[in-house]
Design a protein around this ligand. Structure first.
Ligand code: HPA
Length: 285
C-alpha cells in the first residue's frame, strides 16, 4: 500500500472521529437493497460520504451513501450504508478504504452483507445464506486488495485465510435463525467483478468449482478485515436464481435484485439484531 494511501486512510479516520464521539467496535456493511437496516440505529450520528475525504461514493442505484453510527441492541455500531465496487472503476485499495477506517476507529468485528445470485439449486430468491468460505476469483487473478507494499502496522504480509468467516459468529447466526424459525442457508460465495451478470457457461463453471452464490462485492472487504485481525461474519441475500439452465425468456435484472433485497430485510434485521448482543461472548474461531 502506498504511503499516499496510508495518509488518505488517516485523514478519513480523523474526519469521522471529528464528526462523532462514538467509539464503534462493530462494523456493518449493507449491500444492494438492504439500506433499510440502518434506520433502526438509535441516537445515530449520520455522516454523508461526501464529508469524509477520500471515501469512495457508490454510483449504483440502491446503495445509500452515508455512515450511520450509534447504538443497536446495546452495541456501538458503525453502519456503512452503501459500498463502492470494483466495476465502478475504483481500485481495490479504494473500495476497502472503509474497512481500514473502521480498523483505525477500533472496530474488531465486521458483519458484511450483500446481494447474490443463488447457484445452488436448493436456494430460492428471498433466502439468506451464511457465507462459510469464498473464492476470490479476482484475487486469484491478481486483484487482491493487499497487493503492493505491506503496511506492517495494519497487518502481516501473508495473512492466514484458513478460517475467513468466524465459526463462533456463524454458530450464533444459525441459533438466531432457528429461534426465528427461518432457514439460514450456508455456502461458498464466489466473487466476480461484474457488472455484467454471468453467462450460462460461467455459471456452470462456478457451480462445478463449488460456488453456491455469486456476487460482485464483499470479498475484498473480508480480505482486508482479516488482514486487520477482525472477526468476520458474512451474509448473502439470495436475490435471484443464477441458473446455468435458464428457462426460455428469463433474465436477471438489477431491479429484481433490489426488490428481492427489500423483501429479505425483515429476516436479515432479525438475524443481525439477534447476533449483536452475543458478539462479545465469542472467541475467535
Ligand atoms: N450475479 C452476480 N452478482 C449478483 C447477482 C448475480 O446473479 N445477483 C446479485 N448480485
Amino acid at each position: 500500500m502506498s504511503e499516499v494511501f496510508v495518509s488518505h486512510i488517516a485523514e478519513a479516520a480523523t474526519a469521522v472521529r471529528q464528526l462523532t464521539p462514538y467509539l464503534p467496535t462493530i462494523g456493518l456493511v449493507l449491500g444492494s437493497g438492504l439500506n433499510a437496516l440502518a434506520n433502526s440505529i438509535q441516537n445515530p450520528d449520520i455522516i454523508p460520504y461526501e464529508q469524509i475525504p477520500h471515501w469512495p461514493v457508490s454510483t449504483v442505484p440502491g446503495h445509500g451513501g452515508r455512515l450511520v453510527i450509534g447504538q443497536l441492541e446495546g452495541q456501538t455500531v458503525l453502519v456503512q450504508q452503501g459500498r463502492a465496487h470494483f466495476y465502478e472503476g475504483y481500485s481495490m485499495p479504494q473500495i476497502t478504504l472503509p474497512i481500514r477506517v473502521m480498523q483505525q476507529l477500533g472496530v474488531q468485528t465486521l458483519i458484511v452483507t450483500n446481494a447474490a445470485g443463488g447457484i445452488n439449486a436448493s436456494f430460492q430468491p428471498g433466502d439468506l445464506m451464511l457465507i462459510t468460505d469464498h473464492i476470490n476469483f479476482l484475487g486469484i487473478a491478481g486483484h487482491n486488495p493487499l497487493r503492493g507494499p505491506n503496511e506492517d502496522s495494519f497487518g502481516p504480509r501473508f495473512p492466514d485465510m484458513t478460517r475467513p468467516y468466524d465459526l463462533h459468529l456463524r454458530q450464533i447466526a444459525l441459533e438466531v435463525a432457528q429461534a426465528h424459525h427461518f432457514t439460514l442457508q450456508q455456502g461458498v460465495y464466489g466473487y466476480v467483478a461484474g457488472p455484467s451478470f454471468e453467462t450460462p457457461a460461467e455459471l456452470r463453471f462456478l457451480r462445478t468449482v463449488g460456488v453456491d452464490a455469486v456476487g460482485m462485492s464483499t470479498v475484498p472487504e473480508v480480505v482486508v478485515a482479516r488482514h486487520a485481525g477482525m472477526r468476520v461474519l458474512g451474509i448473502s441475500s439470495i436475490t435471484n436464481k443464477a441458473n446455468p439452465d435458464p428457462q426460455p425468456g428469463t433474465t436477471v435484472t438489477h431491479d429484481e435484485v433490489l426488490e428481492t433485497g427489500k423483501q429479505i430485510v425483515p429476516n436479515l434485521m432479525a438475524l443481525i439484531r439477534g447476533i449483536l448482543p452475543r458478539v462479545l461472548e465469542t472467541t475467535s474461531g
